[in-house]
Ligand binder design. Sequence first.
Ligand SMILES: Cc1cc2nc3c(=O)[nH]c(=O)nc-3n(C[C@H](O)[C@H](O)[C@H](O)COP(=O)(O)OP(=O)(O)OC[C@H]3O[C@@H](n4cnc5c(N)ncnc54)[C@H](O)[C@@H]3O)c2cc1C
Length: 305
Amino acid sequence: MLVVGAGPAGMECAIVLAKHGFRRVHLVDAADEMGGHVRWVRRLPGLGEWGRVVDWRVVQIAKAKAIERFPGVRLGPAGVLEYGVELVVVATGSRWAGDGLNAFSHEPIAGADPSLPHVLTPEQVMLEGKRPPGRRVVVQDCEGYYVAAGIAELLASEGYEVEIVTGIASVAEVANATLEGPSIRAQLARVGVTWRVDAMLDEIRSDGVCGADHYGRRFERETDGVVLVTQRRSDDALYRALVADPAALATAGVAGVYRIGDCAAPRLIADSVFDGHRLAREIDGPHPAIPLPHLRERAVLEPSV
Ligand SMILES: Cc1cc2nc3c(=O)[nH]c(=O)nc-3n(C[C@H](O)[C@H](O)[C@H](O)COP(=O)(O)OP(=O)(O)OC[C@H]3O[C@@H](n4cnc5c(N)ncnc54)[C@H](O)[C@@H]3O)c2cc1C
């Protein structure tokens, strides 16, 4: 059994497969450390607590004799086919869109290209240490949770002058549901971050940005860089390449290829973990890729017949 990707979904899947009786589960990840996105999310200001998602599973994996870890290995389709396994779970996660694709316009933002020095993705900021070429930064947010706020606070603490432009009605609006919204905004205000709500950039240049709010009022701003927290895209190239060639799978003796977590569709951590858990529990079923229906243990209403 091969699990490609040791983010929350792949880690959980490997643990449950081992509990389920699989005697050899190989957990392979391109990174040296397990945890996927959570490796860097936990380093954002105030977000260390999220590390528990990974830390608990690191211990469980270390205890599970059936699981063997292979860090620092990036597998392509050929590597998977040569691996010599019967079942493959692809848990390769997702990445932030570098072209500004977002749920408001459903299109990229003109001028958004993360190969340019003044356009940055969250992964570039957190994993590669990329920084804007000057002190003024705009963070374009369309996620509404803590990523834009976390990156804005981080950059402000490093001395950058930061404005969040959010397509949502409030900064960190999703965090209102967990009662964290007011404290996140208070902390941003304390460190000098400003914001513009209900607004989207529609052009990014090396010396500034322009955009409009949802009511048609246009704005322009001089800036040295833009961080794009617009939307994530599944990293599903490996899965697609494998399932596109059933003959090669048959020749290699691979009986099943499944995808879980953000690789299937970007989602919350809890949903990624559930996806990995569910697949491992149902792996012996006739159609493991299709979740079994929820069965009520106790009927709430008596049938009327
Ligand atoms: C910035 C950010 C904020 C988030 N906020 C929240 C939140 O507030 N609450 C919440 O519940 N969820 C949140 N999420 C979502 C959550 O982090 C993800 O849903 C979760 O990490 C997905 O887990 P995963 O295992 O599917 O993928 P990932 O965590 O992306 O892990 C994928 C792993 O696969 C590895 N990999 C990729 N390709 C290969 C390959 N070819 N060979 C070997 N290894 C490979 C990668 O190195 C990586 O370790 C957030 C995500 C991000 C990025």
